[in-house]
Design a protein around this ligand. Structure first.
Ligand code: ATP
Ligand code: PAU
Ligand code: K
Length: 281
């Protein structure tokens, strides 16, 4: 899949605050960034986790308000010169070891479950899942089900009152492919297919792709069916790097369900923007 498209443009130019700020979602595989001007998301990009030394150099530079990059090889967005130095940084993190680094930035705001307008949360729920719910509800209202096909694939649903109903966590596409190649002698590392493989495959690579895609796909379909029985009016929102292939599976095998599903590639940033607005008054 190509880079993630920029987020759906639901924000308006009406906000008086056109200042730069950054949203950072610290995921298990990598960092997900969004650059905002006021309510407008200008750009979304992804970068590897920073190691301790590169990270602290970068934060020092930012704290001095000097250089955006501080001489670090930082895979920022193409137009990063336009971002004012020292931007406020709003962080959602599911990797505790990565947090200390970013907490040393002066203009750092950590988003926690307590900040979210959701009921019935359990204490260890991932903030990325909770923010995705907030983002999805901002766009589609309650009730809502979010399917996030990231490193882990998660399903997270909330009822008409914005109360968490619950969800499920399973290994995502990449993790399933990786675990097969790493734990067997004969199975190769297959690159992620861009189109659906034949279900009844006659090569090893396609057999692996088939197992993973149809396996994950049919599981997700079953969860969505169950959800729709409980909450017939609910929106179903699909996000994450594996969202595109998942949607392709649904289009082929459950076209009615696919028509009702909404793809929102950068859902978490809608959630972060919503919380920032709420906290900035
Ligand atoms: N070009 C691609 N780059 C990265 N991941 C891809 C790509 N195409 C498909 N994927 C799939 O998308 C998933 C990654 O999704 P996403 O970008 O949402 O999360 P991530 O960055 O890997 O994880 P996290 O957010 O947990 O750090 C992987 O399982 C991978 O198989
Ligand atoms: C499931 C992941 C890894 C998905 O990124 C993250 O949301 C997380 O670490 N969650 C904590 C466990 C939970 O959500 O119940
Ligand atoms: K762990």
């Amino acid at each position: 899949m190509q880079g993630h498209p920029t987020m759906s443009k639901t924000a308006t130019e009406s906000g008086s605050d056109h200042h730069n700020w950054l949203a950072l979602s610290i995921g298990n595989s990598r960092l997900h960034w969004a650059w905002f001007k006021g309510e407008i998301c200008k750009q979304v990009w992804h970068s590897p986790h920073l190691d301790q030394s590169a990270g602290s150099k970068l934060i020092h530079a930012w704290n001095r308000g000097e250089l955006w990059c501080g001489g670090i090889e930082f895979p920022g967005p193409p137009e990063f010169e336009e971002i004012a130095p020292n931007p406020p940084l709003w962080i959602a993190c599911v990797v505790p070891q990565q947090l200390a680094l970013w907490q040393s930035y002066q203009r750092f705001n950590l988003i926690t479950l307590a900040d979210l307008p959701l009921l019935g949360l359990y204490p260890t729920l991932g903030i990325d899942r909770a923010l995705a719910l907030v983002g999805a509800a901002t766009e589609s209202g309650w009730p809502v089900l979010v399917v996030d096909a990231g490193t882990a694939l998660t399903l997270t649903g909330a009822d008409p009152e914005g109360r968490l109903v619950g969800g499920a966590i399973l290994p995502g596409f990449g993790l399933q492919l990786q675990s097969l190649s790493e734990n067997t002698a004969a199975l190769p590392r297959v690159t992620f297919p861009t189109s659906l493989p034949p279900r009844w495959a006659l090569t090893t690579a396609e057999a692996i792709a088939s197992g993973v895609i149809y396996g994950i796909g049919s599981g997700v379909r079953d969860f969505i069916n169950d959800w729709k029985e409980r909450f017939p009016t609910s929106a179903v929102v699909i996000t994450g790097g594996g969202g595109e292939i998942l949607l392709r599976y649904l289009q082929e095998s459950a076209s009615e369900m696919a028509k009702q599903a909404i793809a929102m590639p950068n859902l978490i940033f809608s959630g972060i923007r919503c919380i920032k607005q709420q906290q900035s008054g």
